[in-house]
Write a protein that binds this ligand. Structure first.
Ligand code: SF4
Length: 192
């Protein structure tokens, strides 16, 4: 009987940098950044350098967009993810007018269930009440960001174009473009 040739298994998978080199992402300074006022100038430079390294890795990651979208819209994960800290993802959610339920709301962990502090209906009601207001003025009245108002008004225009169809259960779910726009507003999005 012929002897079998030794088999070589080649795994042709590109791992995201955070899986390939988790130490960068598990760094305490990135997981739970201390307030800048608590750091010496040398520590600040160190934190910025660590952050720039992680930022570059995320920015070059093949699944960056999907990772950012999920971390902002679907799951409130901890630590540094997709070029953002937890505080920055909270800021993006505020900007988009969405929230993510606490992890213990579901057996699978956190999930986004739609509906935020400013609903589509409220934005349209205020628009109707103040038809001459700019988006910025409407945003000030509603206590949300201008981009949130623009997003809801754009959606209202699109609904008219498709015949005023009923919103589905995910109608408040932001688009990928809206999440990327809010991300671009972060000064840290230009780090590195
Ligand atoms: S973008 Fe997400 S998946 Fe990619 S390296 Fe960063 S944290 Fe990991």
């Amino acid at each position: 009987m012929r002897e079998r040739e030794p088999m070589t298994i080649v795994i042709d998978t590109v791992l995201p940098p955070c899986a390939d080199d988790p130490t960068t992402f598990l760094d305490e300074y990135l997981q739970a950044p201390p307030p800048r006022s608590a750091l010496t100038a040398a520590d600040r430079r160190l934190v910025e350098a660590k952050r720039a390294t992680a930022h570059r890795q995320c920015a070059g990651c093949p699944v960056f967009v999907d990772c950012l979208y999920r971390a902002v819209v679907e799951v409130d994960v901890a630590g540094y993810v997709a070029c953002t800290t937890e505080a920055e993802r909270r800021s993006i959610r505020r900007d988009l007018g969405i929230r993510v339920h606490d992890a213990d709301d579901t057996a699978y962990g956190a999930r986004r269930v739609g509906g935020g502090p400013v609903s589509h209906e409220v934005v349209l009601t205020v628009r109707h009440a103040y038809p001459k207001d700019t988006c910025q003025q409407l945003a000030e009245r509603l206590g949300c960001s201008t981009s949130t108002v623009k997003r809801h008004l754009r959606k209202a225009r699109e609904d008219v174009l498709v015949g005023g169809s009923e919103p589905d259960e995910h109608s408040d779910r932001p688009t990928i473009d809206a999440v990327l726009d809010a991300f671009d507003e972060l000064s840290s999005s230009r780090v590195a």
